[in-house]
Design a protein around this ligand. Structure first.
Ligand code: ADP
Ligand code: MG
Length: 728
């Protein structure tokens, strides 16, 4: 009988596209962009003027919404959705599993006369009761208050999701308990935005800036992913269930030629990307960039940056579309952080900045001395934030799958540091040395003159890019590179907003105090920046983050190196983190503790699932292939002896020994797994999985991979790396 591997290869060689070609001439991207979004244009056209104005105030200025307008908005939204063919609506929310969740309800209600009418009231728009009690809540929902409810996020527009058999209306929401406890990732992110706005305004006020618009954070999320033929996915239980290969010998060719990176995109993948993008245009997601990434079969998609709440919602939509559309092209999109050993894994870069439409980004050095000075304060605040709360930032990207990337030489290390570039570093260093007058000036012709008294000139350009730093300044934003490809960016944005709020509050306090003591504004600024650089320059590092030297140096500087998820998650309940989040009104101790518990549980369950897969695949797929080949070799040896020849039995001996070693390792894996399983889901269990289960899995794999490169190819049932990564 044919193996799944053979069928997969056959299916690829006979692949014919099933999706009809897209036509961008008749359906222009400009015509369809945002056509499925209940956006500003639709609201202005359809809502009564007073309602529209009230809603804009909430969206733009964060003013509390008048519930009285909800009925009108709901009625208009419903009519619009039904015109678009929607039959159902759903409150989309983001539970702590990191996924999106939706429960659909029909618009239809019995009319009492045997028929139905479409109904959608203001209260149905504002609040949903999905129950959803099966989501992990980390003890936040005791049974008597077990119901969670969803609350409309007015700042992220509703949209229509199309499906071949119909469409439905999606309303972005928060997910809370009746007592107001955050059960999701969106609620704390929105709260952190408020804290950031508050403290940023205090600093800006000291600069004489009185902007009526809130200060927000912006996020540009670059998304990496793998895309393989879906038949290979079906033929590999590990890819299918765990999202990553738990076995697989290195192929003869990997990524060493750099021939994939920015190369010509294979036609099938390009067709797929174009349809993903078209779907995203309809949903108003401003996707802009597509390219091949470093590893074979790895790609990237990036939209333009947006207000971070919207950027995060859009990133969830991007991930959903990447997954769904792939099927139409016979492809499987892998968002796992490390689907294949030996080639790069996938991350998600978070380009982060702060500002508003009026002031632009506050991480932009700007062209006037005034702007330069403001920039230095915001930049200093970021330096302080990452130095004080690097551990928290690291915790926001902790997951079993991301552990395979962080610290391996392809992603930033687990040590949180900031890259500023040489020129900017020199400017900051000058404050410490008390030689502010002549800093950085002579270095290049590109320096900007700050002009204000003794403040030094600023570089117009950060200079070189550094790919090995987790937090890199890139001219007008910081790029946080440690996120995993499948993760929601909400956790990291929440942390960054909150940390920045804290540091900006600290800056405002400092400056206010100095001014009250009669210092000039420039003296106050200078003393603030000198202080930050005195206390926090240890977090600045412009060198090679992959090097062993840095790991030693970082340790000397006292920077934490939280290599794996369990130790990173411990940060979430450290007193300074609890204090930070509670002070800013973002999350309280119980909410943080719940998150820690839930993420630890996810870690344990992920490793456990993988370990079970390793055992099953080793026993039922790999062992039988090795044994069959062993039998063939033994028969051949016996035949040779029968005709009086001395058989060379080197391979037979190798196969025999590897089979035995694999079986032993499998037995040990079963033992340590049973031990870890018995420990529940807390720290002790997580450490047990990390210390004992993961290394045993690697060992089983080592013998299995040795078998793969020795056993006759026709007996090997699993598609190999070469086929998966290069077959399309
Ligand atoms: P690179 O690969 O060089 O990092 P890309 O163009 O792929 O650059 O992605 C950069 C991302 O950063 C885009 O999403 C872009 O919109 C975003 N970005 C640009 N300026 C800002 C900013 N001020 N704040 C946040 N994100 C930004
Ligand atoms: Mg980038």
């Amino acid at each position: 009988s044919k193996s799944a591997r053979q069928s997969a290869i056959e299916a690829i060689t006979t692949y014919k596209p099933e999706a009809a070609p897209l036509n961008f001439v008749d359906t222009k991207p400009t015509d369809i962009f945002g056509c499925n979004v209940f956006n500003d244009r639709i609201m202005r056209e359809r809502l009564p003027k007073s309602v529209y104005k009230a809603l804009r105030k909430t969206i733009e200025f964060g003013e509390r919404m008048d519930p009285a307008i909800a009925d009108t908005v709901a009625a208009v939204m419903k009519d619009w959705a039904i015109e678009k063919g929607a039959t159902h609506f759903t409150h989309i929310f983001y539970p702590l599993t990191g996924q999106t969740a939706e429960k659909h309800d029909s618009f239809l209600m019995p009319d009492g006369a045997g028929g139905v009418i479409a109904e959608f009231s203001g209260s149905m728009l504002i609040r949903g009761e999905p129950d959803a009690s099966s989501f992990p809540s980390g003890g936040l929902r005791s049974t008597f208050e077990a119901r969670g409810y969803t609350a409309w996020d007015v700042t992220s527009p509703a949209y229509i999701m199309e499906n071949p058999n119909g469409t439905f209306l999606c309303i972005p929401t928060m997910f809370l308990s009746w007592t107001g406890v955050a059960l999701d990732k969106k609620t704390p992110m929105l709260r952190s935005g408020q804290a950031l706005n508050r403290e940023a305004h205090r600093v800006l006020a000291l600069f004489g800036e009185d902007t009526p618009l809130p200060i927000v954070s912006y996020a540009g999320l670059e998304q990496e992913y793998f895309c393989i033929d879906h038949n290979f996915n079906f033929a590999r239980p590990d890819l299918q269930i765990a999202g990553r290969s738990l076995f697989g010998a290195r192929p003869a060719k990997g990524q060493e030629f750099s021939d994939q990176y920015f190369g010509v995109i294979p036609q099938r993948v390009l067709s797929y990307m174009m349809e993903v993008e078209r779907e995203l245009y309809k949903l108003g997601v401003p996707v802009r960039t597509r390219h091949n990434e470093v590893a074979p079969s790895q790609y990237e998609i990036a939209p333009l940056f947006e207000v971070s709440n919207l950027a995060v919602d859009h990133n969830h939509i991007i991930m959903a579309k990447l997954r769904n559309v792939a099927k139409r092209y016979g492809l499987k999109c892998l968002l796992h952080e490390k689907p294949f050993a030996g080639v790069n894994g996938s991350g998600k870069h978070l380009n982060y900045s702060i500002g508003n439409a009026e002031l632009g980004t506050l991480f932009d050095p700007g062209e006037t001395p005034h702007a330069n000075a403001k920039f230095l304060v915001f930049c200093a605040a970021m330096i302080r934030a990452v130095h004080k709360f690097g551990g928290l930032l690291r915790a926001t990207v902790a997951s079993a799958s991301n552990d395979h990337r962080l610290g391996a030489n392809e992603a930033p290390p687990a040590i949180m540091s900031i890259f500023l570039g040489d020129q900017l570093t020199e400017v900051f260093e000058a404050f410490r040395a008390g030689r502010v007058e002549n800093a950085a000036g002579g270095r290049t012709g590109r320096a900007l003159n700050l002009g204000v008294d003794t403040l030094p000139p600023l570089p117009a350009d950060p200079g070189d890019r550094n790919r090995t730093s987790p937090v890199a300044f890139t001219g007008n934003r910081f790029e946080f590179r440690a996120l995993g490809s499948s993760q929601s960016a909400a956790g990291s944005i929440t942390a960054l907003n909150t940390m920045m709020a804290d540091s900006l509050g600290f800056a405002a306090d400092w400056l206010e105090k100095e001014l009250a003591q009669g210092k000039t504004f420039n003296q106050a600024l200078e003393s603030f920046i000198s202080h930050v650089i005195d206390e926090h320059s240890a977090v600045i590092f412009n060198g090679d983050g992959y090097s062993e030297v840095w790991h030693k140096e970082a340790e000397r500087r006292g920077l934490p190196n939280l290599r794996t998820t369990p130790e990173a998650l411990a940060e979430l309940t450290k007193p300074e983190v609890v204090n930070l989040y509670e002070k800013a009104g973002v999350l309280n101790r119980a909410e943080l503790k719940a998150r820690q518990e839930i993420y630890l549980e996810q870690y344990c369950k992920t490793v456990r699932t993988e370990a079970n897969l390793v055992i099953r695949m080793a026993n039922t797929i790999i062992y039988p292939a090795g044994m069959r080949y062993q039998g063939e070799l033994a028969a051949t040896a016996a035949n040779m002896r029968a005709i009086g020849k001395d058989p060379k039995t080197v391979t037979l001996a190798e196969i025999t020994s590897n089979l035995r070693l694999m079986q032993d390792a499998c037995g040990q894996l079963e033992e340590v797994l049973a031990k870890a399983d018995s420990l529940g889901y807390g720290f002790e269990a997580a450490l047990s999985y990390r210390e004992y289960v993961l290394p045993r899995m690697v060992e089983v794999r080592r013998y299995a991979d040795m078998l793969e490169v020795r056993v006759a190819d026709d007996l090997w049932a699993l598609p190999n790396y070469q086929e998966i990564l290069f077959g399309k």
